[in-house]
Design a protein around this ligand. Structure first.
Ligand code: HEM
Ligand code: HEM
Length: 191
């Protein structure tokens, strides 16, 4: 399998970054929504710590991806035609807009998460290596508002990702093109 993207397929780096971020976003989201289900005390603290670590990795890997994209551009959309529909047209534009929206939310949701932590007056643990002290003193009302925004952005990210995944499956099962397989490792050869 090639390291770089080709005109018809994503390479190993773009694929690894894509699927790693998928796993981390789902992990962060599940831990975020199940926070209240964990017993208060060490279990809840460990859940939040893992949630924060996964979220920080999402930001780091998303910047790595955006940087990688500048040296290794994504392949153009498959040139599928389905009746009167063509991916050169509005559907291709829809996919591009969805990707931009996903990148924006991949950065914005965790950033507002960091702001929630700081608004609670708590430091930010960075991969167990060090902690960034909160620049703010605790403000419960502000923290609650930010948590609402963090939740909204996170749910928005998951909803857009679900739509995006559904579109990939429609490409695969309905249009029968290579949109999905070219983001999967080793499932077909480059052509
Ligand atoms: C893609 C990454 C992330 C996703 C999908 C995500 C998702 C969520 C969700 C769904 C909640 C639950 C909100 C609720 O129902 O009350 C939550 C809570 C929270 N998140 Fe995140 N989050 C992410 C990253 C982060 C990061 C990087 C931080 C950094 C500090 C963070 C800090 C928090 C905090 C402090 C809470 C409140 C938890 C509590 O109630 O004690 N999140 N997050
Ligand atoms: C949290 C979940 C997900 C996020 C945040 C996400 C994000 C992204 C982003 C930002 C891109 C654009 C890559 C580029 O710069 O070219 C992309 C491409 C892609 N994703 Fe996802 N994705 C998610 C889940 C999924 C799932 C579950 C599937 C499959 C069912 C999938 C299939 C694809 C495919 C096939 C492409 C390539 C599209 C094309 O060739 O135009 N993604 N994804």
């Amino acid at each position: 399998m090639q390291i770089f993207n080709s005109p018809t397929r994503y390479g190993a780096v773009a694929q690894s970054l894509h699927w790693l971020v998928v796993v981390l976003v789902i992990l962060a989201w599940v831990l975020g929504v199940s926070d209240d289900l964990l017993p208060k005390g060490p279990a809840q603290a460990a859940g939040l710590y893992t949630h924060i670590t996964a979220g920080l990795l999402v930001i780091v890997l998303t910047f790595a991806r955006l940087l990688w994209r500048t040296v290794d551009p994504s392949p153009p959309a498959e040139s599928t035609e389905f009746g009167d529909w063509s991916f050169a047209g509005w559907m291709g534009l829809g996919a591009k807009l969805a990707h931009v929206g996903l990148y924006v939310l991949l950065v914005a949701a965790p950033l507002v998460g960091i702001a929630v932590q700081f608004a609670r007056g708590r430091g930010l643990p960075v991969f167990g290596l060090f902690e960034i002290a909160s620049p703010w003193s605790a403000d419960r009302a502000f923290a609650r508002d930010l948590k609402g925004i963090h939740e909204l952005l996170s749910h928005g990210l998951l909803a857009l990702a679900a739509l995006h995944a559904a579109a990939a499956l429609v490409h695969h099962w309905v249009f029968g093109d290579r949109t999905l397989t070219r983001m999967l490792p080793g499932s077909d050869t480059d052509r």
